[in-house]
Design a protein around this ligand. Structure first.
Ligand code: AMP
Length: 398
């Protein structure tokens, strides 16, 4: 079964074409700057052949048509005909409380995605736009929506309710939803497979550490806690987002005369590693390099990042009554042995001990704790696109 996976942003369209029978990536890429100056197509085939060319596209429909042309191109294509695409899986950021699972797209499902726009004003309109572009370009081909929030819907009320008057939840949907669910779900399954243990027998703490970061407690297949909140601003220190902060700070800044838009930009775009490290970059590689070069401010930023992460791991370990594995994934979690080492060295009280040698291997699945650890540390590459592809197949073949 061939499945196209789409992740539509406001000015971008990411795609991955899979042959799901062998879970093989056939082609992937992105159209960037849609509707802006000099839109760009990046396309990579399974054999490593790549293209990068400017394209004239003003809409997601046009971007999708360009991608389709490449997929069946004589030279760089991977299919004889677009009729081979049997289903399309879409990343949708917010499914509110309505979606606890991936689902076949129907007019009613689109209505609910639309109703969730106030909860994800930047993402849901773009995701819906991607679905509608596919409906026009691939008439008759089923679309499946895979929600970032769905995996977290098993959280109990004590995890998802904030301590504000309850009517803000019952009447205004103010609660913790959590994000990165597709990644947390993928690495939780992949870790169970890698360890050769049943997925629903393991208590795992999955750390998705990328530009955006979040941590999730997965208790025998069910999410028990996650660090992002009603929005992706809460929780860990991120590239440009502040993560947890005293809400009184927002009131204080507003009282000083800063506008809502200014505070939004400050906390979402100028904070995190970018704001703390002072090296003009939100990229952990740059911050670590500066820290290694005795830049004390950068070193402090790394310490704050690690401190917050260890804080959450300890809390989740206790809340779950223990854990079998702490899993590191995404750009930083998969690739930075330095960050993993700094975190794992702090986990000795939980029975987790760093294996320096094994931790050096980056970018692939590995147990990076010593064999005598009662809490295992695992590095595990994530693959959100493949998870969307798998869910799409599962929904199509119940
Ligand atoms: P992601 O959002 O998962 O694509 O992760 C992107 C982030 O991963 C980048 O901004 C970097 O901060 C980080 N990253 C990637 N490779 C490394 C590395 N080798 N060491 C430290 N951080 C890395």
């Amino acid at each position: 079964m061939k499945v196209l996976v789409i992740n539509a942003g406001s000015s971008s369209l990411k795609f991955t074409m899979f042959r799901m029978t062998h879970e093989r990536m056939l082609a992937k890429g992105i159209v960037e700057r849609i509707g802006l100056d000099k839109p760009l197509l990046r396309y990579t085939r399974y054999d490593g052949r790549t293209l990068c060319e400017t394209v004239d596209v003003k809409s997601h429909d046009e971007a999708l048509r360009i991608v389709c042309r490449k997929l069946v191109d004589d030279e760089v294509g991977v299919m004889a005909s677009l009729a081979e695409v049997e289903a399309i899986g879409h990343r949708v950021v917010h499914g509110g409380e309505q979606f606890t699972e991936s689902t076949l797209v129907t007019p009613e499902v689109k209505d609910i995605i639309r109703e969730c726009i106030p909860l994800a004003p930047l993402h849901n309109p773009a995701n819906l736009g991607g679905i509608e572009a596919c409906e026009r370009v691939f008439p008759g081909v089923p679309n499946v929506a895979v929600f970032d929030t769905a995996f977290h819907q098993t959280m109990p009320p004590e995890s998802y309710l904030f301590a504000i008057p309850l009517e803000f939840y019952t009447e205004h949907q103010v609660r913790r939803y959590g994000f990165h669910g597709t990644s947390h779900k993928y690495v939780a399954h992949a870790t169970a497979d890698f360890l050769g243990k049943p997925y629903d027998s393991l208590r795992m703490i999955t750390c998705h550490l990328g530009n955006g970061s979040s941590i999730t407690a997965v208790d025998r297949g069910r999410v028990f806690e996650t660090s992002m909140g009603m929005t992706p601003l809460m929780g860990l220190v991120m590239g440009t987002r502040c993560g947890d902060i005293d809400p009184g700070v927002v009131l204080h800044l507003a009282a000083q005369g800063r506008t809502l838009a200014e505070v939004d930009t400050l906390l979402n775009k100028k904070s995190g590693l970018l704001g703390l490290a002072g090296v003009g970059s939100s990229d952990m590689r740059d911050v670590l390099e500066a820290a290694a070069g005795a830049n004390e401010q950068a070193e402090q930023a790394v310490r704050i990042f690690v401190h917050r992460l260890v804080f959450y791991i300890g809390a989740y370990y206790t809340l779950m009554g223990g854990a079998d594995a702490v899993v590191f994934t995404a750009g930083i979690g998969e690739n930075s042995d330095e960050i993993r080492a700094r975190v794992i060295r702090r986990l000795a009280p939980l029975g987790c001990f760093l294996d320096e040698e094994k931790n050096r291997a980056s970018g692939k699945a590995a147990i990076v704790s010593t064999p005598n650890s009662s809490l295992m540390a695992v590095a595990m590459p994530t693959n959100e696109e493949l998870m969307i592809g798998r869910d799409t197949v599962r929904i199509m073949q119940p």
